[in-house]
Design a protein around this ligand. Structure first.
Ligand code: URA
Length: 475
């Protein structure tokens, strides 16, 4: 039996080096014991001896897309499972990963999904508290991830809070950003994170004001945001009270919506110019938008996200249910699929700007559920104002329309996607563009083989975007 030590729990490169060496040596999976050092035991050590000189393995891209999240799972068997998959891929089971019924593949897929969900929760439920050290402002958050997602989640927080100084403390490790460089230090205890915050009361008022009673579903709230996260959320104390009043507020909301027909008001007339020339300014103007009635039932508008100088802008349709609640683009199921496809295409989400053709969630209430409704051409046209403001500020070299609504907003033409997909074209104002599908299309395809084929085509079209603008590639 050979023992392989992995220095850091999420060390994919170390795993790859070791696996290459083991495969070259013909080590069968049953003869290898994988041992994981704790993050704090060997925080930055060289992970593995040997293996580096072994020839690279030729493995399907799907393996890389799976291994990247799976390595962050807390299951100590993850290295052995990945190595078994690698071994079998190299021993004549080339299409192993396409067999969704295979127990090993199913387990790896479930692990990848759990890691993606954990990362989503971290980005959605982490709350910074403001502290002052040596007269300087710093934002500190405590979070207890289920898996080893700290490094994986770091680019999101850097992209989102680039100009702030912040620290994210977790039991496994901590991230510190000073506005220019990221430092990673060992884990901390909960007591190290500040509890009190001047912003907390303000945040609580905001949360209460935007709490959507039509959406109140305690069971679902708990499955989305397990109770263990609640104690770190300033708004959690408000939830029981808000739930008590939810039914009455729903009735009041429905009555108010029926009584108050809305009139579209052009944004500039309503609130004048926002802080000029910034995406944050556009976001605050969108928050006051009354150009169409969709702002009424929505929880909040969802502005775009990404660097202000992103060379590529991806445009979706409109926020979904989860985006409406979180106030962030593509964080729900379609977003997770989108993230996975971007990773498979080798695109770094932190280098692109992602937004929607329509900024508010349009839905119909059925029972306790809010069912997505496609925005009509008037709504798309009203919101085009904002997409053009975003494009005008970012001035990307390429725009990618995800689906027909985005293609309509960017090109002005309604019609089927089939003739437009995957070929370079020009949108309005001569902006170079590509059209591909919306990721939620893949979620709706009932047939697995068709879904797999469409997924591959989607990834190939995303790769085209990366080929046109290589700066968005990972690494
Ligand atoms: N679908 C979209 O088009 N945008 C989102 O943000 C989420 C789902």
């Amino acid at each position: 039996m050979r023992t392989v030590r992995i220095a850091r729990p999420d060390d994919l490169d170390g795993f790859r080096r070791a696996a290459r060496g083991l495969i070259a040596a013909g080590a069968e999976p049953e003869t290898v014991s994988w041992q994981e050092e704790g993050e704090s035991a060997l925080p930055f050590g060289d992970p593995l001896p040997g293996g580096a000189a072994a020839p690279p393995l030729s493995v399907p891209k799907r393996f890389h897309a799976l291994a990247e999240p799976v390595i962050c799972h807390r299951d100590p068997e993850r290295f052995a499972l990945l190595y078994t998959a690698l071994w079998r891929l190299g021993r004549g089971e080339r299409s192993l990963l396409q067999d969704a019924t295979n127990p090993l593949v199913r387990r790896l897929e479930r692990m990848a999904g759990a890691v993606d969900r954990d990362e989503h929760r971290m980005t959605a439920f982490l709350r910074f508290r403001r502290i002052e050290t040596d007269g300087a402002e710093r934002f500190v958050a405590w979070f207890e991830p289920e898996h080893h997602i700290l490094r994986r989640a770091a680019p999101f927080f850097i992209g989102r809070f680039a100009a702030m100084r912040w620290s994210i403390l977790t039991p496994d490790g901590s991230l510190h950003w000073d506005g220019g460089a990221l430092e990673i230090s060992p884990g901390m205890r909960r007591e190290d994170a500040p509890d009190e915050d001047a912003l907390e009361a303000t945040w609580g008022r905001y949360y209460a004001a935007t709490f959507n009673p039509a959406r109140a579903n305690p069971a679902m709230m708990q499955s989305e945001m397990p109770k263990r996260y609640w104690r770190n959320l300033p708004e959690a104390a408000l939830i029981p009270e808000l739930l008590d009043g939810a039914a009455a507020r729903t009735r009041a909301m429905i009555a108010a919506t029926a009584e108050a027909p809305r009139k579209a008001i052009p944004a500039p007339e309503l609130h004048g110019p926002g802080p000029a020339g910034t995406l944050a300014g556009v976001a605050s103007e969108i928050a006051a938008c009354r150009r169409c009635p969709l702002h009424g039932p929505a929880t909040q508008p969802v502005p775009g996200e990404g660097p202000a100088d992103a060379p590529v802008v991806f445009v979706g349709e409109q926020p979904g249910d989860q985006e409406d609640l979180a106030g962030r683009v593509f964080v729900g199921p379609a977003g997770q699929l989108f993230n996975r496809a971007l990773a498979e295409a080798g695109i770094d989400r932190a280098r692109i700007y992602v937004t929607n053709a329509v900024k508010h969630f349009k839905y119909e209430v059925r029972g306790k559920r809010r069912i997505h409704q496609k925005p009509n051409s008037g709504e798309v046209e009203a919101c085009r104002w904002w997409v053009e403001r975003e494009l005008g500020l970012i001035r990307p070299r390429l725009a990618v329309a995800l689906g027909a609504t985005a293609a309509r907003a960017l090109s002005g033409h309604a019609g089927p996607l089939s003739g437009l997909r995957g070929r370079p074209l020009r949108f309005r104002d001569d902006l170079p563009g590509l059209v591909t599908i919306h990721p939620s299309y893949l979620l709706r395809l009932p047939d697995e083989a068709a879904r797999e084929a469409e997924h591959r085509r989607f990834v190939a079209e995303l790769r085209q975007a990366a080929a046109l603008v290589p700066e968005i590639r990972c690494g």
